[in-house]
Design a protein around this ligand. Sequence first.
Ligand SMILES: [Zn+2]
Length: 259
Amino acid sequence: MTSLPKKLLAADEPTPVAVENAGGASAFVLVADHAGNAIPRVLGRLGVAEAELQRHIAWDIGIAGLGRVLADALDAPLIRQTYSRLVIDCNRPLDAASSIAEVSEHTAIPGNVGLSEAEKAARADEIFRPYHDRIEAELEHRRQAGRATALISLHSFTPVFKGVARPWHAAVLYNRDPRFAHGLMALLNAEKQFTVGDNAPYAVSDATDYTIPVHAERRGLHHVLIEIRQDLIADENGQRDWALRLARLLPLAVQRLSR
Ligand SMILES: [Zn+2]
């Protein structure tokens, strides 16, 4: 008798990908790789204290709320991941050591230590792949329909990392193609109230990122990875404020490309 394959997600648990404003008519597609902090029940909270699962190590605080307002304001679809990045990081190549992190900042993740290949594969098959397949389908559908598309990847970063305070309010990240990112950065700088990171505190690379290299660069789409500092979008007012700012500036950033 063969044993049944082990399922990660039960039927009553959240789907790994949520889509809002699916029929959005604008040129923007919004994605949020770290928007959720759900943990599959069978993983027993990964052995991590509940308070840790509310921290930035588990998800991008504020981004789901910001993304919803931004999707509405731009009339753009938002495709967001619902499970914690600690289960599997949907912006890491599957072969990266940080794909299923054993330590995040200073926190050990016991439930990620000593996994079998089958356990790793279940996380990839039930969380990572459905999310990226949905993005792929959206972009392919738009390509076939001849629709212009700019891919906007939404993230947030902790104001203090490993004890060091960060000076930036927001940041634009990119890999091979800085054009859209630098246009948006110029517009943010013109507001004269923000310190904007240029590929800082993180930069996009093939080794450390998945969404921009795979979905945007390979397709030749205009793109930017936006990072907002989490204390600025911790509540609804802040999320709305930044969402409406980005809704005003993103179309201007597109216009700059055709000048
Ligand atoms: Zn993130």
